[in-house]
Write a protein that binds this ligand. Structure first.
Ligand SMILES: Nc1ncnc2c1ncn2[C@@H]1O[C@H](COP(=O)(O)OP(=O)(O)OP(=O)(O)O)[C@@H](O)[C@H]1O
Ligand SMILES: [Mg+2]
Length: 291
């Protein structure tokens, strides 16, 4: 299925998949898809950076390939590894005479024993895939430099097998929570879009798309309260994910109103830090009242 040619069409398709993109994000995505440029999404925690890649892949019938970055991730985990266990089994199955045969040994480093990791998988899948490189800021510098290389030519050399190249590159979405500055070189390769917290109206809409059974009245109250929480000086301000969780929790408990008591009982759905908890608990009245 081809990607759409207009911002409104893309917006409609994403919405059908349960994702509400504002005009800025939809435009940035459209350009990225049309020009085959990777897009770097930065933003607050829990504002839909990862989700947009998932929904994009789902609604356009692409395979989602996710490379989750973390401290210490290395090229083996990102590209490919040899399946040592199977290689060992194969060696044991070979007779002494066969082991002496160079060809039999070469076969041990053939496609059968290659374990695909996300980047190799993405190069092979080409434009049938959406490659999500999630939380790139958690990986270290060297890994970022290596990624840059892969992203620039979508070509992977495996000494034992040869070079594998993507005929047409996959769609690439990178996300970052800005725990570390990314290199200029990486930024330059990508289109960039910042996803901030949605306006209240839109956040209500997002919650209702995600949680259609939720009452609109309660949802509005929760969104207002969350917006007030975001104005406090919290260590971990709540994202959209927390708003959804809070509405879900209150609905589950059968609460129709966001009273200070109900908020206090369920605050763990939205506040996830000890100091924040103290600050918020002392101000529940104000947070839930709309003052
Ligand atoms: N615009 C949106 N439309 C629909 N759902 C959204 C939107 N924004 C956020 N969500 C919801 O919020 C949840 C959290 O989003 P997601 O995991 O993509 O956030 P994130 O920005 O990747 O957060 P993190 O920085 O923690 O990785 C999603 O599961 C989704 O349900
Ligand atoms: Mg994420």
């Amino acid at each position: 299925m081809d990607y759409p040619g207009t911002v409104s069409e893309l917006t409609t398709r994403l919405r059908a998949g349960g994702y509400l993109a504002d005009r800025g994000l939809a435009t940035a995505l459209l350009v990225s898809l049309s020009l085959h440029r990777p897009i770097l999404l930065e933003g607050e925690v829990g504002v839909g950076k990862t989700e947009v890649a998932k929904v994009l892949a789902a609604v356009f019938g692409r395979k989602l390939i996710r490379l989750q970055c973390y401290e210490g991730i290395d090229t083996n985990q990102a590209l490919y590894e040899w399946d040592y266990a199977r290689q060992m089994l194969q060696i044991r199955a070979l007779s002494d005479r066969q082991v002496a045969d160079e060809q039999a040994v070469d076969k041990l480093f053939g496609p059968k024993f290659l374990l695909e990791r996300p980047l190799l998988e993405a190069v092979r899948a080409g434009d049938q895939a959406v490659l999500l490189i999630d939380e790139i800021d958690r990986a270290d510098d060297e890994f970022e430099a290596f990624l840059l290389e892969v992203l620039s030519d979508f070509q992977i050399s495996i000494p034992e097998i040869g070079t594998i190249r993507a005929e047409s590159p996959p769609t690439v979405i990178l996300t970052s929570n800005r725990t570390r500055e990314l290199h200029d070189a990486l930024r330059r390769r990508c289109l960039y879009h910042w996803i901030g917290y949605p306006a209240a109206e839109r956040e209500v809409e997002i919650v209702l798309v995600r949680e259609p059974a939720a009452a609109e009245h309660l949802t509005r109250k929760v969104v207002d309260a969350v917006h007030r929480l975001r104005e406090l000086d919290l260590a971990k301000p709540p994202g959209v994910a927390e708003t959804i969780d809070w509405v879900r929790t209150l609905s589950f408990l059968g609460e129709a109103e966001l009273t200070p008591e109900a908020a206090g009982d369920t605050i763990g759905a939205v506040i996830k830090d000890r100091d924040d908890l103290d600050l918020v608990s002392a101000n529940l009245e104000e947070i839930t009242s709309g003052a």
